[in-house]
Design a protein around this ligand. Sequence first.
Ligand code: SF4
Length: 354
Amino acid sequence: MDDFSDRIIDWQRRHGRHTLPWQNTHDPYRIWLSEIMLQQTQVATVIPYYERFLQRFPTIVDLARAPEEDVMALWAGLGYYSRARNLHACARRVDTEWNGRFPPDAAAIAELPGIGRSTAAAIAAFAYGERSPILDGNVKRVFARYFGIEGDPTKRPVEMRMWALAETHLPPPGPDAADAMRSYTQGLMDLGATLCTRGNPDCGVCPVRAGCVALREARQHELPTPRERKAVPERRTGMLVIEKAGEILLQRRPSPGIWGGLWSLPEFPGDDAAAACLTLGVTAAAAARLPTFSHGFTHFKLHIEPWHVQAGALALRDDGVPQIWLPAGELEGAALPAPVKKLLQGLFRRGELL
Ligand code: SF4
């Protein structure tokens, strides 16, 4: 028996999480949806999105056949929008190539859009009890500490070493392997999320403390080896909050790309908001600069310089970019990037719009 997996399984069954909305099901659709939403996002943030998604799209076929607009609207606010586009593309592939049923093993699941090796393994473990290892960010942290692995876990050689350990320490095959795999996979996730946390690991109650190299050598705060920090590039953009008769002008962002498929404010590169309006076919009756704010993306930081424009004459140009006038009352449910929605909500709340 593998002491590591045994301890994780036993701990998960007694102390792990059992009541999350995506647990206690073997439905790969529900499991997949939760796994994608949970990437880079906290459980508490995901739960309401997950429930709204399932209400609107009870099956993967419902999701596959929905307009992209509806999918993006439900995703708006969760961030990392390529996940939503891949989610939709994946549902369509399952609908057309797999007759609406999820592929039957991790290798085939990993061929679908937006699903990496670890996510495919998690889906196959929870749905089918397949013996396939996971290695997400939390598990890498646990492994780096428990096995005392030096080096940046995002680098290929370190990652390959971890994958090899992940394979070696799976629960053994046998009649109980499917149940064991479910508990073990969930246990690794729970351990990383609740005990072996980044800042303050709770080693005193950890089920694998007896064999943990980091604990033995008091190196929990050195492992995993931090990633080399590179300076984050910065960009700036002007945004136009063009207001006309109680409505705001929005344009659809090109997809793929940052905020692709979402509705957002027209952008312009310089400082001349009135001239930028004219290129859209809007004559500004008044333009006022609003406070600059910043939004962090994975690879750069965006400084947004918004302008509030009262539209005078309108002769909107059709340059192929879809645009709409959004009434204030529809702001809440609209598929807008989170910082843009926050900007508009703040302006409405303070009575600076309409
Ligand atoms: S003993 Fe501490 S550092 Fe080691 S795996 Fe457990 S929580 Fe993490």
